[in-house]
Design a protein around this ligand. Structure first.
Ligand code: PAF
Length: 282
């Protein structure tokens, strides 16, 4: 696997592959890779001939009091994992390659409506940073297919809308969440949890499964479903942020007649803010 740090070198390497008729796959990441990221690369290799991954801790998607400075930067270990997974090219630009000078103030990509609720409400500006950097990365790599984890369900929905609205000729693929044996969704931020918190953190997924089960058994009072889950999470030592039964397409609160559903949840545990979700049809 080759590693490049400049946009020019990335473009030259990808262009050569495209001219050779290869289908280009792309997995953007912020590094500190775990089995969930590796699954994206593995799935990408099934759908493309040449896999590109990026490792870039994107400053514009972090709020002023968030963990940008402390976000784990583990480039050597990440490169080794990507190479072992069969990735062909790693793009690891420094911040001033992606945002030279004051370019982060020149333009931003704003996806409306679907960003209003949930993580968008809790983290103002976060999705503007995500859609801006993903637009830049899409324009740099120009992949045929890009893969994102379904753990960040709202992020995936934002990127799908952005891709359609801005006419990117890129297939966006969502890949199932990879979980620890106890059900905890894998996340780069799980490293902020102690062993005990990791055990208790698994309760978030158990609450999602219980809520899905109740709805499948006929429960339609979605406020009551949320309240029950929030109580259980509080009892298990979480600070719940949201637990919402939503329409899977718009992420608006679901009504009793909706059948394509996702339950989205976010809760704080110790130093970590955990998010998870479960999607299903009635
Ligand atoms: O999901 C992530 O790791 C990031 O939000 C992404 C998509 C790489 C953009 O920085």
């Amino acid at each position: 696997m080759k590693t490049v740090n400049s946009i020019e070198a990335l473009r030259a390497a990808v262009k050569a592959q495209r001219m050779a008729g290869k289908r280009i796959g792309f997995v953007p990441t912020m590094g500190n890779l775990h089995a969930g990221h590796i699954t994206l690369v593995t799935e990408g290799l099934r759908q493309a001939d040449f896999m590109v991954s990026s490792v870039f801790v994107n400053p514009t998607q972090f709020g002023p009091n968030e963990d940008f400075d402390n976000y784990p930067r583990t480039l050597d270990a990440d490169a080794a994992k990507l190479e072992a997974a069969g990735c062909h090219l790693l793009f690891a630009p420094p911040v001033d390659e992606m945002y030279p000078g004051d370019q982060d103030t020149w333009a931003k990509v704003v996806v409306t409506e679907i960003t209003d609720r949930h993580c968008g409400a809790a983290r103002p500006g976060h999705f503007d940073g995500v859609s801006t950097v993903v637009t830049k990365l899409f324009n740099i790599v120009k992949p045929d297919v890009a893969l994102f984890g379904k753990k960040d369900f709202q992020q995936l929905a934002v990127i799908r809308r952005m891709t359609t609205a801005l006419c990117f000729d890129i297939e966006v693929v969502g890949v199932d969440t990879v979980r620890e044996a106890n059900g905890l969704a894998m996340s780069s931020r799980n490293g902020y949890l102690s062993a005990d918190e990791k055990n208790r953190g698994a309760k978030l997924y158990r609450c999602l499964c219980a809520a899905k089960e109740a709805i499948q058994q006929g429960e339609r009072d979605y406020m009551a479903v949320s309240q029950r889950a929030n109580q259980e999470l509080t009892g298990a030592g979480f600070e719940p942020e949201y637990f919402s039964v939503c329409r899977a397409d718009t992420l608006e609160p679901a009504t009793a007649t909706d059948s394509d559903l996702v339950i989205l949840a976010a809760a704080r545990m110790g130093k970590a803010r955990l998010i998870d979700n479960i999607d299903f049809q009635l």
